[in-house]
Ligand binder design. Structure first.
Ligand code: 5GP
Ligand code: ZN
Length: 114
């Protein structure tokens, strides 16, 4: 989508600190980290939010979790633990309308969120 900042990150129009990329997904560090490790994993395809996951496109979500497993292992945070967050819609706190999964780690995270 032409006016989507995450689509622009995927196609290189907006620079990012990339961690991983393959045919289906792109992972990069969050510009405003909330934890010592904070990165985002997104589908390359523009999916607006979790509300738009369908039978046809849901494979990418499983793949995203495989990629999260790989990256957290490589970054050395998988044994201590980490959190995966998907904010969906206005009340869910979604500010960028291209579905993304936050991965936060490197410190103890409180639960429940505010
Ligand atoms: P949301 O609030 O939609 O769940 O999360 C959007 C996230 O994207 C925020 O944590 C924000 O810091 C991050 N973000 C927004 N714009 C950019 C950008 O241009 N580059 C990077 N790396 N992260 C961004
Ligand atoms: Zn997009």
């Amino acid at each position: 989508m032409s006016d989507c900042i995450f689509c622009k990150i995927v196609n290189g129009e907006i620079p990012s600190n990339k961690i991983y990329e393959d045919e289906y997904v792109y992972a990069f560090y969050d510009i405003s980290p909330e934890a010592p490790v904070h990165f985002l994993v997104i589908p390359k395809e523009h999916i607006k939010s979790a509300n738009f996951i369908t039978k046809e496109n849901s494979n990418v979500v499983a793949h995203i979790f495989e990629v999260i497993n790989k990256i957290t292992s490589e970054l050395g945070i998988s044994e201590d633990g980490y959190r995966v967050v998907n904010n969906c819609g206005v009340l869910g706190g979604q500010t960028v309308d291209h579905m993304h999964f936050h991965v936060l780690g490197g410190r103890e995270l409180k639960w429940p969120p505010g």
